[in-house]
Design a protein around this ligand. Structure first.
Ligand SMILES: Cc1cc2nc3c(=O)[nH]c(=O)nc-3n(C[C@H](O)[C@H](O)[C@H](O)COP(=O)(O)OP(=O)(O)OC[C@H]3O[C@@H](n4cnc5c(N)ncnc54)[C@H](O)[C@@H]3O)c2cc1C
Length: 502
């Protein structure tokens, strides 16, 4: 057996991707690996990316982040889901909430029972059986793993936070764990002439930083994976043509909502992310259907507080690298690809990349099998998220609006077409290990976007109608009572994680 451990790991970039990677690898590998992180204060970070999904708690556990301390230091709030306004059609709102909805009976997913009830004319929506949704409606929050004295799951949460404070917070963790930070501008990388591996990076001040393995966290530019290693970028614009964002913070308003809001408009959508000290907003749009000036005006006209800065324009192309791991370099974060922030998945993809990097930690030299596995897993995960986002656009009933008519008519990935057909037939969802979005997420967005199954699972009909009615009533009563007892989101934060002045 030959063991040739990596000793020198160089990370280029100190945004969310760079510092998450640095902190996690330092925590797991300890002094076995020397980590150098290079970042440029002149370039700075992208400074957006403020909404997350629940698996981020696993990252926090890995690097031993105390949730209350983290929220206090990043002006953070809790997130229970995303409210989608005007997506299916104007005037209609639905929600994609974290955690399960209802409670399955036996092997049959809960939504089948709801479909049965709905067909019989029940006035209750699917979301009446979601404890997260009931809490969202009342702007409440509590840490509740299970609903007391019941077998019902409780609240499943993620976070909103200030992106620039998050990068600082992660940096303090990384540096405590021994990560060496170098400030300066990277001009490029020099490759080994024999095997094409990165030998060192070249700094503007003439310094060369050598390493055994490199992580490209340099943002959209992709200094190593793109510029140095010339890895192809697979463009997803054909499916997801939205390509610009204008971001602006505004004054906070009350009540403090425990969810992200996404409101569709004529050529894209606008996000609203509530933080303790301000609200983050952004207009995400397709430049072919909305000019920058129009997008600017639309954004400012749809804030619920006074703007605190001028809107900042960010241009992007949706897609990903043909491979994320090439030679002795892995790209993590925006350098590896970008899917628009509709489902807050970019930070999760960073986390996933880090998990897989830890699982398939490279040795010096070629790592053929590990590299193939890593690329397969990450590409699959990326592509499942792509499909999930395309679903929101494709299944719309915003007839007569050019952008939305086009989105409805565009061909969609075969994988998504199959999923929709399966659901339409009898409410079934195919789930895959690499897909971060599980059954409950797909069901909520399918139904929310107006895709109604023609039938439900026949097992439902084996339950006596009265028994089923009682079961559904009990669920609503127990969940409703649990939410009644919760504090408001604002009060919960004031008690446990109020931001403190530095
Ligand atoms: C409009 C928008 C909204 C988003 N919203 C969300 C969201 O709600 N949720 C979510 O999960 N994600 C979101 N994201 C994605 C999220 O912002 C990013 O995934 C995350 O911030 C990671 O960025 P990064 O670290 O890859 O890049 P960056 O933050 O751009 O960091 C790049 C780093 O590389 C350094 N660098 C670059 N070039 C050089 C050089 N030549 N020399 C030295 N250093 C260099 C920079 O200084 C910086 O430190 C959003 C993205 C956009 C564009």
């Amino acid at each position: 057996m030959s063991q040739t451990n990596i000793r020198e790991l160089v990370i280029v970039g100190g945004g969310t991707a760079g510092w998450m990677t640095a902190a996690a690898i330092a925590k797991v590998m300890g002094p076995q690996v020397n980590i150098t992180l290079v970042e440029s204060d002149d370039i700075g970070i992208v400074g957006v990316g403020e909404a997350t999904i629940p698996p981020i708690k696993l990252f926090n556990d890995l690097v031993r982040i105390d949730e209350d301390d983290f929220l206090a230091k990043t002006q953070g709030t809790f997130k229970l889901g995303i409210q989608f306004v005007d997506w299916y059609k104007k005037g209609e709102t639905y929600s994609h909430d974290f955690g399960p909805i209802g409670k399955d009976l036996g092997y049959i997913p809960f939504h089948n029972y709801w479909l049965n009830e709905h067909r019989k004319g029940s006035k209750h929506s699917l979301w009446d059986y979601g404890v997260n949704n009931l809490a969202m409606r009342q702007n409440k929050f509590d840490r509740l793993a299970m609903i007391p004295n019941s077998p019902l799951p409780g609240i499943v949460h993620a976070f909103h936070f200030d992106a620039s404070l998050y990068a600082k917070y992660l940096r303090s963790i990384g540096e405590k764990l021994g990560v060496k930070r170098v400030e300066g501008m990277v001009l490029g990388a020099t490759l080994n002439s024999e095997n094409g591996f990165i030998d060192h990076i070249n700094m503007k001040n003439g310094e060369k930083i050598a390493g055994d393995f490199f992580v490209d966290c340099s943002g959209f530019r992709g200094l190593l994976i793109g510029d140095a290693l010339q890895t192809k970028f697979e463009d997803f614009s054909n499916w997801l043509p939205v390509n610009r964002a204008l971001a602006v913070p505004c004054e906070k308003t009350t009540p403090l909502t425990p969810f992200t809001r996404s409101t569709a408009h004529k050529a894209g959508w606008q996000w609203r992310i509530p933080l303790q000290h301000r609200t983050g907003n952004g207009n995400v749009y397709c430049a072919d259907f909305m000019s920058d000036d129009e997008a600017h005006d639309h954004l400012l006209q749809n804030l619920d507080g006074k703007p605190l800065a001028d809107p900042r324009l960010i241009k992007f192309t949706t897609g990903r690298r043909a491979d994320f791991w090439v030679k002795n370099c892995i790209s993590i974060g925006l350098s590896g690809g970008f899917l628009e922030p509709l489902e807050s998945t970019a930070i999760h993809l960073i986390q996933s990349s880090i998990n897989q990097l830890i699982s398939f930690f490279p040795q010096k030299g070629e790592n053929h099998a590990a590299k193939a596995e890593y690329n397969h897993l990450l590409k699959s995960e990326f592509d499942y998220i792509r499909d999930f986002i395309v679903l929101h656009y494709h299944a719309n009933e915003r007839h007569g609006e050019k952008f939305w008519d086009e989105m409805r008519a565009k061909p969609i990935p075969d994988t998504l077409a199959h999923k929709i057909e399966l659901f339409r037939e009898a409410g079934a969802i195919s789930t895959n290990h690499e897909d971060i979005f599980k059954l409950s997420s797909w069901v909520q967005v399918m139904l929310g976007q107006g895709i109604m199954p023609a039938a439900n699972h026949p097992f439902v009909n084996t339950i006596a109608p009265k028994d089923l009615e009682n079961y559904m009533n009990d669920l609503r009563t127990i969940m409703g009572a649990a939410v009644e007892n919760m504090p408001s989101h604002e009060a919960f934060i004031a008690r446990l994680c109020r931001a403190r002045p530095e």
